[in-house]
Unconditional design. Sequence first.
Length: 128
Amino acid sequence: MTNKNELLYKIYENNCNKLLHEDYIRFAGIIDIDGNLIFGGFKKEIKPLEDDKDKLKMFMEFISKLSIRKEYDKSLGPINYLAARRDKVVLISFPFPISQIILLVSANPKVNIEKLADTVTNIFSGMK
């Protein structure tokens, strides 16, 4: 790994940790295209809603592949983020298409998705 990549990964790790300090966030992690967690994870006091590790990995792989798809980029523009509101959780993914990784965030179900996206964007752009 080059020094440039090491620095970038350190920034990703620090930004995931910043997100985990937000009250409403349960999980913040950088995931590769195969669904492997590279950095981040759940808050220490949070128990994952899905306790089957294989199922969780398959889910993260699915989210990763969905988030970096490009077939509509030319006509609709690139994906900024994908969000899903479920009864028990809000999931939002932010693709980093050049490096083929994504940021996956899980938050409490009542969170405002637009405000969450703004918080993530501000942290990852160095504004917070």
